[in-house]
Design a protein around this ligand. Structure first.
Ligand SMILES: Cc1cc2nc3c(=O)[nH]c(=O)nc-3n(C[C@H](O)[C@H](O)[C@H](O)COP(=O)(O)OP(=O)(O)OC[C@H]3O[C@@H](n4cnc5c(N)ncnc54)[C@H](O)[C@@H]3O)c2cc1C
Length: 374
């Protein structure tokens, strides 16, 4: 079954009606995530041999896009769960996979990514927290700067320096681990307000080696294969879904807002051109995201180039679309009488999320000309 069709029905019925409330409350939307878990979406990418649905990047893209058409902030939190799961699936040992996948499937547990730090910002693969290795495990100290789904998620993927300081490790940290805390009150995002992407503190946090994902010092490869592919395609899908929502709201406004003589905005040629531009960019963005995912699933050599370009295009075009849509929305949208100002605020998260669009453009330029990235 095409997961987009199934997920868009769920999104329209269960997510979209509450999108404005999620934005207003700026707290993690626990109720809808409990429902997303009950519907089985948490296990989308878990291999069938562990009881999951065994799906890949295409289905990840389809569900993220459909959810984002209802609420981009819900889709973004969900997207990160899938990235973390896929990292485990591709790199963790059997015992860790069994433990986490069983907890996700049976107890509907959510995963999150705690990677970014103040000292390295958008270059999140250069962790500066300290890792003190003992014969029993590791003691982590420091802070992560922006952790989506903070406190609701049951597990957090954390990058730290490895025993060889030139390398890095990827850990999975259960929420109840001693020494873990969140600064929830600092969250006041411009958009994506249900993300609750706040700082996470690690204070003498001890983990034994069983919580390390993959081989000692092997996390850089995890970041630049699995994490990058699922995260960047996920972002492309979320922002394409948001672009679709923006187009639909602008179209709705243009056709329903009528002047005294019964002429709607959609009867005006300039507005028709705006609608045309919105539609074209929205369709291009969706098509690029789905094509990148298809190419990856098919094992094509240039899939990574398609993934990076889909993420760049979706993140830039959604801001352009939100800006044009606000023009179509006129004073009513400016005065928050349509959802367009909320969608405009949401659109601004895309280009700054790590690795930022500016960084990715340099990487893509290097990659197409045969140079090493990063
Ligand atoms: C809604 C939201 C949710 C988030 N959720 C998470 C999460 O769950 N987990 C997580 O780990 N992080 C998360 N983040 C953090 C995010 O991914 C980035 O790490 C963070 O936004 C970077 O912020 P910064 O201010 O430190 O950027 P900086 O590193 O200060 O970069 C600012 C800008 O400088 C420019 N720049 C910097 N370096 C270069 C370069 N080498 N080349 C070109 N341009 C450059 C770019 O324009 C960049 O946008 C989230 C962010 C947002 C907005």
């Amino acid at each position: 079954m095409n997961f987009y069709n199934q997920s868009i029905q769920f999104s329209q019925k269960e997510i979209a009606p509450h999108a404005a409330q999620y934005d207003q409350d700026a707290v993690f939307p626990k109720k809808i995530f409990d429902k997303i878990g009950e519907e089985g979406y948490f296990s989308l990418l878990i291999p069938t041999k562990y009881g999951g649905q065994g799906k890949g990047l295409s289905e990840h893209a389809q569900v993220c896009m459909a959810f984002a058409e209802g609420s981009a902030t819900v889709a973004l939190c969900y997207m990160m769960h899938n990235v973390a799961l896929m990292c485990l699936s591709n790199h963790a040992d059997e015992t860790l996979k069994q433990q986490i996948f069983t907890d996700v499937i049976q107890n509907k547990k959510l995963l999150a990514l705690a990677y970014s730090e103040v000292g390295t910002g958008t270059h999140f693969y250069k962790p500066e927290i300290t890792a003190h290795y003992t014969d029993k495990g590791v003691i982590l100290n420091g802070a992560k700067s922006m952790v989506t789904s903070a406190e609701y998620a049951s597990y957090y993927l954390v990058l730290s320096p490895a025993k060889d300081p030139e390398k890095i490790n990827n850990w999975i940290v259960p929420k109840e681990t001693k020494g873990l805390s969140f600064a929830l009150s600092t969250w006041d995002g411009l958009g994506m307000r249900a993300n609750v992407s706040c700082p996470m503190e690690l204070n003498d946090l001890f983990l034994d080696e069983s919580y390390k994902i993959g081989a000692e010092g092997g996390a850089m490869e995890q970041v630049f294969t699995t994490v990058a592919s699922f995260f960047l395609t996920g972002l492309a899908s979320v922002y394409s879904g948001l672009s679709t929502n923006i187009y639909q709201e602008a179209l709705n406004h243009a056709t329903t807002r009528k002047y005294s003589e019964s002429v709607s905005l959609a009867n005006i040629e300039t507005v028709q051109i705006h609608l045309s531009n919105l539609y074209t960019k929205m369709m291009a963005s969706r098509t690029m995201a789905f094509e990148a995912a298809r190419s990856y699933d098919a094992g094509e050599a240039d899939a990574v180039l398609k993934i990076i370009s889909a993420r760049i295009f979706a993140s830039e075009s959604v801001i352009e679309n939100a800006t044009i849509a606000m023009r179509v929305g006129g004073g009513k949208s400016y005065n928050k009488q349509t959802p367009l100002e909320r969608l405009l605020r949401d659109s601004f998260a895309g280009h700054i999320m790590a690795p930022s669009v500016d960084v990715l453009k340099v990487w893509l330029g290097k990659a197409v000309s045969g140079q090493q990235i990063p």
